[in-house]
Design a protein around this ligand. Structure first.
Ligand SMILES: Cc1ncc(COP(=O)(O)O)c(C=O)c1O
Length: 475
């Protein structure tokens, strides 16, 4: 039982600086606040007391009442559900490990790469790192937009004849860019997302304050348009049912469903955006996994897309750069806000204000990825993961499940109709000791599915297949 016995700060466990920051609540909870201390608090932004000046505010109750600041929490964080999906999966995995310390858990969950970075690329980074230790090779801050030669190389490799180097902004990754984009667009805009979709689009929109609360009835956030993508519509939304919004987040090949939009579908999307004056934030982080010729590798293959779309992309899933961190965003000159301001002007401002340029070592690695030898080695890594995806896809098909994705994408989307995704996730973890990702974590439209990621060693994929077959093979 806590008491309100006030003690000198030096005896308190709440810090030893001798300076005390206090709030009204702390003062009141002591029940011993002096009038002068209360007045001092009202007068100033923070009450600073020297050691021993007013012992009344340091209470023996402190261990039970965490110290607070006067800063109000961004209330939008309170709207988010059960933390970000992947930390929640990691938490459940830890619980499982504690329960079964002898079992080897296989992760087909988070979608983190496992294969070493190809030697041509890692050598280039090693050389760049060693160069930093020499006077001739040292460099400090680079351009916030990225090395000019890398911007050129990205434009040439990914957007030949479609985009110019000065429309490419090199960054520390597609996820980081998705977050920074939110800051650029500000609070007051409406958003549509594919349902299911990569959670970052929804969660950053919520944190930004552009949504209402989570609505348990719809299992989504009020104010976000969830564009259902399921087997019935070929995983492409029925746009005739989607109200106009300012922004449309669209990912193809899609995480989590693995579906890649066709040229005709993307033309529909671009036309839809044009009619409504929307901006598409196109996430092409898996573009190089796309093998079907009718599925564009960039939105800019679609005529008119430069007036309605920006695109994010990344080396994370191509060259194993998940830890190295190197991505980019394309902002075409033709993309404008309603007042005619080029979006590129404001994105440039965001990057120069909030970002100080990608790591010089990572940029050297990216340049190596785009040299002929590096590109070929990088494509070998992608082929390896695609083979994993094919193995997983075939396994589930052979066991009689409804299976999608896994052809133009490293993700296999497996249906468990009538079941809750988190229950299936828990069942697979319990019986197979395999971590997957519950489909509902990607939005209400993902309910009844789990996602299996092909980012794994071949040994683990083969072992996972044996375990799946043993548990679900006869069901
Ligand atoms: C669709 C999509 N976009 C972006 C990212 C993150 O990319 P990066 O590692 O470049 O931040 C991921 C990672 O899983 C993803 O699935």
């Amino acid at each position: 039982m806590a008491t309100n016995r006030c003690v000198p700060p030096a005896q308190s466990s709440a810090g030893g600086s001798g300076l005390v920051r206090s709030g009204m609540e702390a003062l009141r909870s002591c029940g011993a606040a002096s009038t002068s201390a209360l007045l001092a608090h009202r007068r100033g932004p923070a009450l600073r007391l020297r050691r021993g000046e007013c012992t009344a505010v340091r209470c023996a109750a402190a261990p039970e009442t965490a110290a607070t600041t006067r800063v109000k929490r961004n209330e939008n964080f309170g709207k988010l559900q059960a933390g970000y999906l992947f930390p929640e999966i990691a938490r459940r995995r830890r619980e499982h490990e504690a329960k079964y310390p002898d079992k080897q858990i296989i992760s087909l969950g988070i979608g983190d790469t496992t294969e070493p970075i190809p030697s041509f690329i890692s050598d280039a980074m090693a050389k760049a790192a060693a160069g930093l230790g020499t006077r001739e090779g040292y460099s400090g801050y680079g351009a916030e937009q990225g090395r000019p030669d890398l911007r050129e190389a990205i434009a040439k490799a990914f957007y030949p004849g479609l985009r110019k180097a000065d429309e490419i902004f090199v960054s520390d990754g597609a996820k980081c860019d998705a977050g920074r984009l939110q800051m650029m667009f500000g609070v007051d805009r409406t958003v549509a997302v594919q349902d299911p979709s990569y959670p970052v689009y929804v969660d950053t929109t919520v944190i930004q304050g552009s949504t209402g609360n989570y609505n348990p009835a719809s299992e989504g956030f009020d104010g976000i348009e969830y564009m259902l993508c399921n087997a019935d519509n070929g995983f492409f939304p029925d746009l005739s049912k989607v109200p106009p919004t300012d922004l449309i987040f669209f990912c193809s090949p899609n995480n989590p469903t693995g579906a890649a939009a066709t040229r005709q579908q993307l033309q529909e999307l671009v036309d839809f955006a044009k009619r409504n004056g929307s901006i598409i934030v196109y996430d092409a982080a898996y573009a190089l996994y796309c093998e079907e010729p009718d599925c564009p590798k960039t939105i800019y293959e679609i005529p008119g897309a430069d007036e309605v779309a920006l695109e994010v992309n990344s080396f994370s899933k191509y060259a194993g750069f998940t830890g190295v961190r190197l991505g980019w965003t394309v902002v075409p000159d033709a993309l404008r806000f309603s007042d005619g301001t080029p979006v590129k002007t404001d994105f440039n401002r965001i990057m120069t204000t909030c970002f100080n340029g990608a790591s010089s070592i990572a940029q050297a690695g990216a340049l190596a990825c785009l040299e002929p030898e590096g590109y070929s080695q990088m494509m070998n890594v992608i082929s390896f993961y695609k083979e994993n995806a094919a193995i997983l896809r075939k396994t589930f098909i052979d066991m009689g499940f409804s299976v999608y994705g896994g052809i133009n994408s490293p993700y296999v989307w497996v249906g468990f109709p009538g079941q809750k995704s988190w229950d299936v996730f828990a069942d697979i973890l319990e019986k197979c000791h395999i971590v997957t990702t519950p489909g509902s974590g990607f939005g209400p439209g993902g309910e009844g599915f789990v996602r299996a990621s092909a980012f794994s060693t071949r040994e683990n994929v083969n072992e996972a297949v044996s375990r799946f077959q043993a548990v679900f093979g006869s069901s």
